[in-house]
Design a protein around this ligand. Structure first.
Ligand code: PLP
Length: 479
């Protein structure tokens, strides 16, 4: 029986949570050596003075890579790094966990390289992150697209239904894997339990890109993690919401999975740098240890309570709307997507930034996305709610902007050529107005959220134009 970390919050014991990479790095710092190895800035002695002042001597002294100072290696995992990955697997309820230094992007690429082959058919949701597409372009597997429900009022893709997956699996017995994203960027949650049951019925593995859900295993008011609901592999961007440093993530293989974890490990070795940053690895170790600790569990509880407070305040503001759970889908309470009547999301974003010094996660043509982070205080949310109340009380008429600009792609792709074939085809770059009727040869995806507007192999139509305001030219397959 897996011990549920979420129950630990009432346990008052002050057990020190192990963080082996953090401890090893501390020991290395306290026992400096004469350094004749990389990195060549040599503990910050040979680096721009202004940069050293900015970042601090200590950070530069700690900047080292694996192999040195008894810090272990990442590939293969040895020493403190191996131990830290094992502790992470235990904390997230996985059989095996790999630390990722190029974000969940590296995890998705490795999963595609390891688990899919040229010509294989893989069910993928249309709003997947572009890293999954890149992975499939490398492996040559073919996506079978599933379009999630559309939440038209908010111009976003919503949840994926289990029957949609089942329909595709029933229609095409050659499909060999299902790869879904949960939650969406805006926090819409699909029924992964039912999707997993369908995958098991048809005997295909289920991969869940849970990049935005790494806190879920640690709080019972958040949705259930896919590792508990039957997924075979899951990626988590710890750096997004879990407290580790930018570009660090984790890839987990579930306890019940028969996936070939050795080939995942080999793919990661090929994809990763051969000089991994120990600071980044230590930050993953530290984030996991924090999330498991009494303090971390309380921080998550506080973030949930702050999100509920913010949502209550927002409910009281006329002209302001927030995306909430609806029939058929749930939401992650900590991701608050809002809109104000008469105001585009982009305008709202700039008013918040310029007039109030508030920076939100992102803005679309419709609204802005607010993340209720572990590090935010209640007073931050009070300030934000007051600012939004003030903005919403002004009579905005930002219609022109709304008509002119669209960010979130809400189109079903018309695929004329395989992803890989189109990506590697002879290409030409032409003005976007002349590209209508041609086949895209590139992934066009704005970040965030990195969801593609156009895929290689997809027919470019007039309907794409409103989403391409930032592009003058497009790469198309040569005729
Ligand atoms: C759903 C999803 N998957 C994967 C990624 C890639 O994550 P990372 O930035 O950690 O590489 C993102 C990034 O935004 C994402 O939204």
């Amino acid at each position: 029986m897996v011990k549920d970390i979420r129950e630990n919050i009432d346990n008052k014991s002050d057990v020190k949570i192990k963080a082996p990479i953090v401890d090893a790095l501390k020991t290395a710092y306290e026992n400096p050596t004469y350094q004749f190895h990389i990195p060549g800035h040599t503990k910050g002695k040979a680096i721009l003075k202004d940069f050293r002042k900015l970042i601090g001597d200590k950070a530069l002294s700690l900047d080292t890579t694996d192999e040195f100072d008894n810090l272990g290696t990442l590939h293969p995992a040895t020493g403190p790094i191996k131990e830290a990955q094992e502790l992470a697997a235990e904390a997230f309820g996985a059989k095996k966990t790999f630390f990722l230094l190029n974000g969940s992007t590296a995890g998705n690429l490795a999963l595609a390289m390891a688990l899919t082959k040229k010509g294989q058919k893989i069910i993928v949701n249309r709003n997947c992150h572009r890293s999954i597409l890149t992975g499939l372009m490398i492996s040559g597997a073919e996506p079978v697209w599933v379009c999630p429900n559309r939440i038209d009022d908010w111009s976003i893709w919503g949840n994926i239904e289990a029957w949609q997956i089942e329909e595709k699996l029933e229609q095409d017995k050659d499909i060999s894997m299902v790869w879904v994203t949960n939650p969406t960027y805006e926090g819409v949650v699909s029924d992964i339990k039912s999707i997993s049951a369908v995958c098991k019925k048809y005997g295909v593995p289920l991969i869940v890109d849970e990049a935005h859900g790494c806190l879920w295993n640690f709080n019972k008011h958040l949705p259930e993690t896919a590792l508990k609901l039957g997924a075979d592999a899951v990626v988590h961007s710890l750096h997004k919401t879990g407290g580790s440093m930018s570009q660090t993530s984790m890839l987990h293989i579930s306890k019940e999975s028969c996936l070939d974890e050795k080939s995942v490990e080999k793919a990661l070795k090929l994809l990763h740098t051969t000089s991994p940053s120990l600071i980044l690895l230590a930050s993953l170790d530290a984030a996991r240890a924090n999330l498991q600790s009494q303090l971390g569990l309380k921080q998550i509880d506080k973030a949930v309570a702050n999100a509920k407070y913010l949502r209550k305040r927002l409910d009281e503001i006329p002209n302001l709307h927030q995306l909430k759970a609806d029939f058929g889908y749930k939401t992650d309470v900590t991701k608050v997507f809002i809109k104000i009547d008469g105001l585009s999301g982009k305008r709202l974003e700039s008013i918040l930034e310029i007039d109030f010094g508030i920076e939100v996660e992102s803005a679309s043509d419709i609204g802005v996305l607010i993340l209720c982070n572990l590090g935010n205080k209640r007073s931050d949310f009070k300030y934000l709610a007051d600012a939004l109340a003030k903005i919403a009380s002004e009579n905005h008429k930002d219609i022109y902007y709304l008509e002119k600009r669209k960010h979130m792609p809400m189109l079903e792709p018309k695929i004329l050529m395989s992803l890989r074939e189109a990506y590697y085809a002879d290409k030409e770059t032409i003005k976007k107005e002349y590209a209508i009727g041609r086949i895209s040869a590139e992934v066009v995806a704005e970040c965030p959220p990195g969801i593609s507007i156009l895929l290689p192999g997809e027919l470019i139509t007039e309907a794409h134009l409103p989403y391409l305001n930032d592009y003058e030219t497009l790469e198309v397959v040569k005729e």
